[in-house]
Design a protein around this ligand. Structure first.
Ligand code: FEO
Ligand code: CA
Ligand code: CA
Length: 703
């Protein structure tokens, strides 16, 4: 997530609503976690595990190269790994993007770039009108996906020379959007400033084409170019649509809302639509100090719509319905459709956009649950089986989820009609990671007796976090992006970091084994019988983030100067099985700016049991070594690396540089990127941007 909206020291930053207050234990079986895997195998669990996870023989204990106490996990056959083939990029604190020798960087689409011909180029001084940002690049580029474009304007998965890029604008660096920074006088904010900030949020849809070689440019004036903002109309579908709790003055039947906000990570569907995920939406709403009489205070509190908060940026302060909609206050009217008391319930969803139909209304898909959504990555689709999407809820001590469609998949379905078929009906599950290396998916539905207190599936979906609290789900260290290995279907999730306050000694568990865990880790699992819709799985920790200089009990993956990292966030597998890892860090930034790494993972169980410093037993993947994990890129000052896409021919890589210089002000700039990339004497304002990276010899990226 981006952080500029909170005055903070990046190295001590903590998330809003960062402490799930529910009472369920991290694990009820911490004692069992102290047992070695060998003991649990001998105790009889191995037969169960073997039945669930395949018929391969158990590995003999002690047989792995980097651990003396293999966990004996039955593994899938080893994947055929690509071989990384570039010189690692060193740590950097410079104000430029650094890539390996033999690679080049270009800027594709930066804050303020006009999508159409009628608007002037970005001024660099904050003079653009609010209205023009309906047709310009928004701020804080985040998750994105490249869709190949056929000559007839339809989706063509294999095209690299033409495409449509969908990308999120998660947030804003308010200091740089206005000519002299934001107006800070008490009282109502200027509506024009609010309008600009609203329009700088949301999503971009943008036609791309190859220019010279494998370089990309956007097609200015394309009919496919589109901005969706925090003021656009969105339909609401799925079980919560039409619920009394979704009614607002804007949509008295609870089937629509205005705006998408804090669009963080993303996903896509096999039918060529984009999924944008609403993360830290709770902070945008005003809530009265004295509203204890309303029936849904537990829900508001659990999501972090806190009593007395004024809402990020004061968007509710100007006069008019466009602004009032950010205020959750109740009026004396009995009917919720008289005001915006329910407006926050219309945020926190996965939103589906058809990039090939600019006239279509995007849809908030309520069947996928409501939380601080990060990614929404599909499992590898199998014709005739349900479709599955993996999702993280990014706050400390939140959960990992998956959605399993009711309808079996058919590749013939297209567009938002396919979205309605697969994403409006199904089952939402939350993950429980057991200390013995197994895991369970627990259904969040009325069919689960533990959720009898909920009146309906709609209520369970609107209050997903409260439901998950009741079923013993495992509290994780901030679940960020999800990624699915293209060859074996194993699922990877970044757990970006913890704090000593939220994950102290004594509150660790096997899946979150390091106290404090300020550098984060990446967990992965294999579904039972390799069926994505299974209700059991086998997990290990693929990788632990750490400075190379840390002790072995903390630097558990034995990282070196060429591959050490902190706070993994963005995560994506390319078609060759290369895993790309992006960081959003505040804990190692005295050594290096945020970065992108390339990895070639093996599979669950390729390492073994290990005891983390602090004494908690866990299971970890084989140490990667520099052969299988290497730093590919380091970003400019005060940025986050996020969003990643690649052309299908693997020759053009796109990533986003989010909020360079986020700690500065309009009069005191702390970065001049992207202009600093080519002009070391630049005095320009920094801006978020999508960049593309090509290999100078025209070859494929990374391998
Ligand atoms: Fe927007 Fe959790 O990163
Ligand atoms: Ca983040
Ligand atoms: Ca993120």
């Amino acid at each position: 997530m981006s952080k500029n909206r909170y005055a903070h020291n990046p190295e001590t930053y903590t998330e809003p609503d960062d402490d799930n207050p529910s009472a369920n234990l991290h694990f009820t079986d911490i004692l069992q976690a102290r047992l070695t895997r060998r003991q649990t195998v001998l105790g009889g669990l191995s037969a169960t595990a073997a039945a669930l996870f395949g018929a391969l023989p158990l590995t003999a204990c002690g047989g792995n190269s980097d651990d003396d106490n293999s966990n004996g996990t039955p593994t899938t056959p080893p994947v055929t790994k690509a071989t990384l083939n570039f010189a690692a990029v060193g740590h950097s604190l410079d104000d430029i993007v650094k890539v390996p020798a033999g690679y080049s960087v270009g800027v594709l689409y930066a804050l303020g770039d006009p999508q159409q011909f009628g608007d002037a180029s970005w001024s660099g001084n904050g003079s653009e009108t609010a209205e023009s940002y309906d047709r310009r690049a928004g701020d804080h580029h985040d998750g994105m996906h490249f869709f190949g474009l056929a000559d007839d304007g339809t989706y063509a998965a294999s095209r690299s020379d033409r495409g449509v890029l969908c990308l999120n604008h998660e947030n804003i660096t308010q200091a740089y959007l206005h000519a002299a920074g934001p107006t800070t006088a008490a009282g109502a904010r200027p509506a024009a400033e609010v309008d600009k900030e609203v329009n700088c949020h949301g999503v971009t849809v943008l036609e791309l084409k190859r220019s010279t070689g494998n370089a990309l440019q956007y097609v200015r004036g394309s009919a496919l170019n589109r901005r969706l903002t925090a003021a656009s109309r969105f339909a609401i579908e799925g079980p919560a649509a039409g619920s009394a709790r979704m009614k607002t003055l804007y949509s008295t039947d609870g089937t629509a809302t205005r705006g998408t906000v804090n669009n963080c990570a993303n996903g896509y569907t096999p039918w060529g639509t984009y999924l944008t995920c609403e993360e830290n939406w709770a902070g945008y709403f005003k809530r009265a100090t004295t509203d204890a009489a309303r029936a849904d205070t537990a829900s508001l509190d659990r999501y972090g719509v806190k009593a007395g908060q004024s809402g990020n940026y004061g968007w509710s302060t100007p006069t008019g319905d466009l602004y009032r909609r950010w205020d959750t206050s109740t009026t004396p009217a009995a009917d919720a459709s008289a005001d915006y008391r329910n407006v926050a319930n219309t945020f926190g969803w996965v939103v589906e956009i058809d990039p090939f139909n600019p006239a279509s209304t995007p849809v908030k898909r309520t069947a996928l649950g409501r939380f601080g959504h990060e990614g929404c990555q599909p499992a590898n689709p199998v014709e005739g089986q349900p479709l599955v999407f993996y999702m993280g809820d990014d706050s400390r001590n939140e959960y990992i989820y998956k959605f399993v469609s009711k309808a079996p998949y058919s590749a013939a379905d297209k567009g938002l009609a396919a979205g309605a078929k697969y994403l409006n009906e199904g089952t939402l599950y939350v993950a429980k990671f057991n200390a013995d290396g197994t895991g369970n998916w627990i259904a969040l539905a009325k069919s689960n007796a533990a959720l009898a207190a909920f009146a309906s599936d709609a209520d369970i979906l609107i209050d997903t976090r409260l439901a998950a609290d009741l079923v013993g789900a495992t509290k994780m260290d901030r679940p960020e992006w999800t990624a699915v290995h293209p060859a074996n279907g194993e699922v990877y999730v970044t757990l970006t970091n913890g704090t000593a306050a939220v994950r102290p000694q004594g509150a660790t568990d096997a899946a979150n084994p390091r106290p404090g865990n300020v550098n984060g880790h990446i967990v992965r699992w294999r579904e039972a019988n390799s069926r994505a819709d299974a209700t059991q799985f086998q997990w290990d920790v693929y990788l632990f983030g750490s400075p190379s200089a840390q002790e072995p009990g903390y630097n558990l993956s034995a990282l070196t100067d060429n591959n050490d990292f902190s706070s993994p966030d963005g995560l994506w597998f390319d078609s060759r099985g290369v895993l790309w890892i992006e960081t959003d860090d505040g804990a190692y930034t005295s050594t290096t700016n945020c970065m992108l790494l390339a990895a070639t993972p093996g599979q669950v169980g390729d390492g073994g049991a290990v005891t983390a410093g602090g004494g908690t037993q866990t299971f970890k993947g084989a140490n990667p070594g520099e052969q299988n994990l290497r730093r590919f890129l380091v970003g400019p000052k005060e940025c986050e690396l996020t969003g990643i896409a690649m052309t299908p021919d693997n020759k053009t890589l796109m990533v986003n540089i989010q909020h360079p210089g986020e700690g500065g002000t309009a009069s005191k700039l702390t970065s001049h990127w992207p202009e600093s990339q080519t002009n070391g004497a630049s005095t320009a304002r920094p801006r978020s941007a999508t960049i593309f990276i090509t290999k100078d010899d025209g070859g494929v990226i990374g391998v």
